[in-house]
Design a protein around this ligand. Structure first.
Ligand SMILES: Cc1cc2nc3c(=O)[nH]c(=O)nc-3n(C[C@H](O)[C@H](O)[C@H](O)COP(=O)(O)OP(=O)(O)OC[C@H]3O[C@@H](n4cnc5c(N)ncnc54)[C@H](O)[C@@H]3O)c2cc1C
Length: 447
């Protein structure tokens, strides 16, 4: 019979959420046994940096977001390269794919997301990849030695554009095929998407919108990709295909356990699931979004890390609330800096929209009842952080709203009672908005 061990805090997923939780636990419980299990074989690395790996084989040491001895120093047992096959809530155990069974007192699901792969003809041919892990970036890197000259990236979202930039840096001619009318459509509005498209096209990227890929073709003998066929039957020859049409929360471990799942695992303000002693955070969790006033998926790195910290404190018995996150992206593609957050395209005309467009820059702020609920800055993003902090802190901006998109906007444009505390706040608080924990009373993270 498999050996049964008991772990006080068991974390599945060794990435932003899992590490956030482990750090928080160790801050308040110096001795409790922590173990992190991950299907990936690497120490915790920054997932967005896989495009750097693909672009110029960025070494793993530079991708780690904690020192290599982090686990050892914090007395965290890591079980890497092992998939959890089953979670048994009643028994308080997990089973690994090698058959090993581990018992836990508190469990955190920080399992992230999995790329969605459309079941179209030829999708399993060699030369078709997804782009979500370091191993996938390595696999694409190796395949590039097959004399790849042209690639089709299916999906013009954040991950598709990241892959495109890396491939262009490797000298590959890329065509993006995007089903909607414009690229980056979930995080940008029309104007900012147009600026991004212009920048990609200047770099030689072809963008086809309003279409999708219906089939992938390959050589009969080798099975290597030779091209794709679009939904209007037009062919695009290529030697490589990257599928980046979206990511789905990796909820399979809780299927049939009774834990409540909508799109992701539903968590309350303590990042607790509907089952006692089981928590979830990051891309797999549906947590509170302070802009929409409801639980939503907000699959971005900072929310995964902050949610992980909140989960960790609560697991260790320090009541801590997640004040909520929202979608927030800060990107630089082909030299164009972009920041977007919250609601970038208001759903009706009860919202007020302020914009300023210059030749190479664009600013947009969306307001509702005097509060900032969304922003897009492209080109000139320098002051976007101030607008984001006003949004996050729910500051009424009615008295100075026009200044938010002005060329000379800065802290000094704000009333003194608003700018002074911001100027005096320690830089660490401004940068991360993480509230540190000194004493075991209810705290709020993310405010
Ligand atoms: C190419 C790319 C670019 C990105 N760019 C940005 C960006 O610019 N800004 C930003 O904020 N976000 C970006 N993101 C998103 C960001 O990386 C995620 O939001 C973040 O990594 C989520 O962290 P997480 O801890 O929830 O899960 P993940 O990082 O997805 O990690 C989950 C881990 O759990 C493991 N796991 C899952 N199931 C099991 C199992 N059954 N057994 C064992 N282990 C399991 C997985 O192997 C994985 O290692 C990007 C993502 C990608 C792929």
């Amino acid at each position: 019979m498999a050996k049964k061990e008991k772990i006080k805090y068991l974390i599945i997923g060794n990435s932003a959420g899992g590490i956030g939780a482990a750090e928080a636990i160790r801050e308040v419980d110096k001795a409790g046994k922590i173990a992190i299990v991950s299907a990936e074989p690497y120490p915790a690395y920054s997932r967005p940096l896989i495009s750097e790996y693909l672009a110029d084989r960025c070494p793993l040491e530079k991708m780690l977001f904690r020192p290599a001895d982090f686990a050892e120093k914090n007395r965290i047992q890591t079980i890497l390269g092992q998939k959890v096959k089953q979670v048994n809530i009643g028994e308080h155990t997990i089973r690994l794919e090698n058959g090993r069974k581990i018992a836990w007192e508190k469990l955190l699901l920080a399992t992230g997301g999995l790329p969605i792969v459309p079941q179209i003809e030829g999708i399993n041919h060699s030369g078709v990849f997804t782009f979500g892990t370091l191993d996938e970036a390595k696999a694409i890197d190796q395949y590039l030695s097959h004399r790849v000259e042209r690639a089709v990236v299916v999906g013009g979202g954040l991950i598709g554009v990241s892959a495109t930039e890396a491939l262009v840096k490797r000298g590959v001619k890329v065509t993006i095929v995007e089903m909607k009318e414009r690229i980056l459509n979930t995080i940008l509005d029309e104007e900012a998407s147009a600026l991004a498209e212009e920048r990609l096209q200047q770099a030689g990227v072809e963008i086809i919108t309003g279409h999708t890929v219906a089939a992938v073709s390959s050589y009969y003998l080798s099975g290597d990709v030779t091209g794709v066929t679009l939904d209007d039957s037009s062919p695009i020859p290529c030697e490589l295909v990257v599928v980046a049409i979206g990511v789905q929360p990796r909820t399979e471990l809780v299927a049939g356990t009774g834990i409540k799942v909508n799109h992701g695992i539903i968590v309350d303000q303590h990042m607790a699931t509907s089952s006692a002693n089981v928590y979830a955070c990051g891309d797999v969790a549906e947590a509170y979004d302070f802009i929409y006033g409801e639980n939503r998926l907000t699959p971005i790195w900072p929310n995964a890390y902050l949610g992980g910290r909140v989960a960790g404190f609560n697991m260790a018995g320090v009541p801590t609330e997640y004040a909520g996150g929202t979608a927030m992206n800060s990107l630089k593609y082909f030299g164009l800096a972009i920041v977007s957050a919250g609601m970038v395209d208001p759903p009706d005309n009860s919202y007020e929209v302020l914009t300023k467009k210059r030749e190479h820059s664009y600013k947009k702020v969306v307001l509702k009842d005097g509060l900032v609920v969304g922003l897009v800055f492209a080109g000139d993003i320098e002051k976007s952080g101030i607008v984001f902090s006003l949004m996050k802190d729910r500051v009424n901006v009615d008295g100075f709203k026009q200044a938010l998109v002005a060329d000379d906007f800065g802290l000094i444009s704000l009333p003194e009672e608003i700018w002074r505390p911001r100027l005096e706040a320690p830089p660490s608080l401004l940068a991360s908005s993480v509230t540190s924990v000194e004493k075991p009373e209810e705290i709020i993270i993310g405010e």
